[in-house]
Design a binder for this molecule. Structure first.
Ligand code: EPZ
Length: 421
């Protein structure tokens, strides 16, 4: 199993190119199931999760090819198989995004119910209830969600759950509604930029969608959708991770391609901490004062502070001057990184969904273990500033969501290398 070895202490300086957004690319790839003809996607990141979707879609009759240029070409060639099997879905929860398209286009979907994961329970009750509201019959057979519908019928539906809106439930229902008969109103829809990007792609395919980016999306069903050409938006979570890398090393980074407008809650907290974030022609420049202020952070659905940057900003606050708190309102159990940061000398105390961070002068390198995608990123960030060597095990987690992260970091001065464990 590969590991990262990081020797801390270098200030990062230079430019990093931000890749396409994983959480936009995955549902957009699944949306190809809805279309007739060819789709060409630009700026699709080269990630393990994308490769995984490239394996799943052909099982569902969608031809997917990665061009020399990096573009993805997708075309539906066979609509006979509608079963997304457990061994594929269990490895990547985003596979659940094929459910809405399969149901809407092929009138049936059989998708393994995803299990839990390191960040907590991952139910899909909201997905299922909403698709039932559009007219689907639902059965749970041997752990597979089985949905059937002669034709979906547009409805007014409320998609909010106990933790607010749901990103992939919104994606699933939005995709299904594009081919339903009549109008669908999705109330309490997710407003994430990745959902907006999916809606833009679907509109380019001929869907009639308005209100995306707000909690109320209105979809007027159409008879069919054609393929389209689309450029995936930049990854705001990768950009936020590198902003924090600049801050934690007291560096100076230009993040080319970063879209600051997608990250205003993150910029707000970083500026409070003492991090300078300036827009540039090509993205954003990030520097920081040596003294970092403590802050309070609560994660929320977009436009609130993203849960996907909670672990990373915790690493930064470990070396702030004073006590900070982070409350996790989206995935209350998303704290497996707390124990590992503690091994590096961080003073953290968890009480339910809130962690109190008592800033320390210095972190110290240690062997640590990655548990999930964003926790791994937090351990890398801590390693960049810790005294001595940090060895991170199970870095297959990081490869799921960050494109060549060690090359990008080494390119701006980090002492980091991948070793086969
Ligand atoms: C998406 O996951 C992202 N993944 C996650 O990013 C991200 O953390 C999450 O949204 C929140 O922003 C993709 O887009 C592929 P949710 P998703 O449904 O859609 C509860 C990463 O690191 N809920 O918005 O699965 C759920 O338990 C990944 O890139 C229900 O109760 O998240 C959670 O508490 C990790 N019932 C809350 O809603 C449901 O049917 C938000 O989850 C669905 C969700």
């Amino acid at each position: 199993m590969d590991q990262f070895e990081i020797v801390g202490g270098n200030r990062l300086r230079g430019a990093v190119q931000i890749s396409g957004a994983k959480n936009a690319a995955l549902p957009i790839m699944a949306a190809a199931i809805l279309t007739e003809g060819e789709t060409v996607l630009h700026n699709v990141p080269d990630l393990a999760d994308v490769s995984h979707m490239q394996k799943l879609l052909p099982r569902l009759g969608v031809k997917v090819s990665r061009e020399e240029s990096g573009d993805l070409r997708l075309r539906v060639e066979d609509e006979s198989n509608c079963h997304a099997e457990y061994e594929l879905v269990n490895k990547m929860r985003a596979s659940v995004c094929v459910m809405g398209p399969l149901l809407a286009r092929r009138r049936k979907a059989q998708v393994a119910m995803p299990g839990g994961c390191a960040i907590g329970d991952r139910p899909i009750n909201l997905h299922i209830a909403a698709l039932q509201a559009l007219g689907a019959d639902f059965d749970l057979i041997n752990g597979d969600v089985c949905l059937r519908a002669k034709r979906l019928t547009g409805k007014e539906l409320f998609l909010g759950g106990p933790f607010g809106s749901s990103v992939t439930a919104t994606a699933n229902v939005l995709m299904a509604a594009t081919l339903a008969e009549g109008q669908t109103v999705i109330e309490s829809a997710a407003c994430e930029p990745e959902v907006v990007d999916l809606a833009e792609f679907l509109s380019a395919c001929g869907a009639q969608i308005r209100g995306h980016g707000t909690p109320r999306i209105v979809v007027d069903g159409v008879e069919e959708l054609h393929g389209a050409e689309h450029t995936v938006i930049p990854d705001r979570i990768e950009a936020g991770t590198f902003m924090i890398a600049a801050a934690i090393t007291n560096g100076d980074l230009n993040l080319n391609g970063a879209r600051v407008d997608d990250m205003l809650a993150v910029v707000d907290r970083l500026r409070l901490i003492g991090v300078n974030v300036e827009r540039t022609e090509t993205g954003v420049n990030v520097t920081s004062t040596r003294r970092l202020e403590p802050v309070e952070i609560t994660t929320q659905p977009y436009p609130g502070f993203p849960t996907d940057l909670q672990a990373q900003i915790m690493a930064l606050l470990c070396i702030a001057d004073g006590n900070s708190t982070i409350t996790e309102k989206v995935f209350p159990d998303r704290f497996l990184h707390v124990g590992e940061l503690g091994r590096m000398g961080a003073h953290l105390r968890k009480e339910g969904p809130t962690v109190t961070i008592q800033g320390v002068k210095r972190l110290v390198g240690a062997p640590v273990m990655a548990s999930d995608l964003r926790a791994s990123a937090a351990l890398i960030l801590a390693g960049l500033v810790a005294k001595g060597m940090t060895r991170i095990d199970r870095i297959y987690h990081i490869d799921r969501g960050y494109e060549r992260i060690e090359e990008k970091l080494a390119g701006v001065g980090a002492e980091i290398r991948r070793v086969s464990g």
